[in-house]
Design a protein around this ligand. Structure first.
Ligand code: 5AD
Length: 359
């Protein structure tokens, strides 16, 4: 099959075998890349029209018990100032975000033992009570099934936990021994089973990553069928063991976004901050390759620099939640529309109906 035929097959069937994905990732020339992005864009528009959903990202703690080798807020990095937001700080962020039009709040943090289940549950309960028309997303790492159940009962709607890599050996090269691939997968299964809208995802160009690993990531995503997928380039952080590795490429990230859109037409797919950090046009390029979500930073401005997952992480300009007017203009100029709804994912059946009616 030619590359063009592979892209058509992916578009028509929303599936490709591992060998076909490998061929597409390896031998796609710029003309076919443009065709792939066009097909992904058309698919996103068929399901979500030209709406781009916004989420306000609240980075509420940069304390972390883990030591992911890529991550700047790992426990063994002594060179960052650690902070925690109080419940009141978090609520202030939500109030500010609500006034700006945000209807999803993403509470993201390191795996911080200070925040017991009761503390998380209390914050979620308060946010849901104060802002009943908003969705709450948690992104706080690996927990027990019981903890996840408590968060869900408290009203949390969504949970982001990137799988980071779908290859166990590769996972072990990115993490220390106390973190296991098996537990990551257990967490993802539990989250989905409990009823969270669940997000997985991976970094592009992380150290030791091969094309075969990316193929595995794509096959895993197809099989796991998450509601959300986060994909961004790896970017080195000077205070980590991976400081000397190169960044992942924007081109490869955009290609993978397009493939994920075609594998899962109804997925919620952000154009990530990491993509915007390696390429100033990253957000636009992501949207034009099928991304339909953006997550501007709603953390208190004086804390943003300390949530340093990687060097030079963008948190100003159009990555800043308060710049919603400029963000909206960027989206409108691209021919899209910023949606101020909660932005829940479409269900496969609605999506399929919409896809059919477009044809
Ligand atoms: N480069 C890019 N992304 C990173 N993340 C953590 N460290 C880095 C880095 N150096 C991503 C991980 C994590 C998410 C919150 O941020 O994929 O799941």
């Amino acid at each position: 099959m030619t590359i063009r035929e592979l892209i058509d097959k992916l578009h028509d069937t929303n599936d490709l075998s591992s060998d076909e994905l490998k061929e597409l990732l390896t031998n796609c020339d710029p003309a076919n890349e443009a065709y792939l992005e066009q097909k992904a864009r058309e698919t996103a528009v068929a399901v979500y029209e030209k709406k781009i959903y916004v989420r306000g990202l609240i980075e509420f703690t940069n304390h972390c018990r883990n030591n992911c080798l890529y991550c700047g807020i790992r426990a063994k990095n002594p060179n960052i100032k650690r902070y925690r937001l109080s419940d009141d700080d978090v609520i202030s962020c939500c109030e500010k975000g609500y006034a700006l039009g945000y209807r999803t709040f993403v509470m993201q943090g390191g795996e911080d033992v200070f925040y017991t289940d009761d503390k998380i549950t209390a914050i979620v309960t308060t946010i849901k009570k104060r802002f009943p028309d908003c969705a709450v997303t948690l992104s706080i790492g690996e927990k027990s099934r019981e903890s996840y159940e408590k968060f869900h009962e408290a009203g949390a709607d969504r949970y982001l936990l990137r799988h980071e890599t779908a290859d166990e050996k590769h996972y072990e090269k990115l993490h220390e021994r106390n973190q296991s691939f098996a537990n990551r997968m257990r967490c993802l299964r539990d989250l989905k089973d409990i009823g969270f809208q669940t997000g997985c995802g991976f970094m592009v160009g992380s150290p030791y990553q091969t094309i075969d690993h990316l193929v595995k990531d794509l096959r895993f995503i197809k099989k796991f069928n998450p509601e959300m997928v986060g994909i961004g380039p790896f970017i080195p952080h000077s205070g980590t063991p991976f400081a000397a590795f190169p960044s992942g490429s924007a081109d490869m990230t955009v290609k993978l976004l397009a493939i994920v859109r075609l594998l899962l037409p109804y997925v919620l797919l952000p154009a990530t901050t990491a993509l915007a950090t390696v390429d100033k046009n990253g957000r636009k390029r992501g949207i034009l390759a099928g991304a339909n979500v953006i997550m501007p930073n709603l953390s208190p401005a004086d804390k943003r620099e300390f949530y340093s997952l990687y060097d030079r992480k963008a948190c100003t300009g159009n990555e800043a939640a308060e710049m919603i007017a400029a963000i909206e203009k960027e989206i409108t100029d691209l021919g899209y529309e910023l949606s101020r709804s909660r932005g829940d994912g479409k269900k496969p059946d609605t999506a399929r109906k919409m896809l059919k009616s477009e044809i």
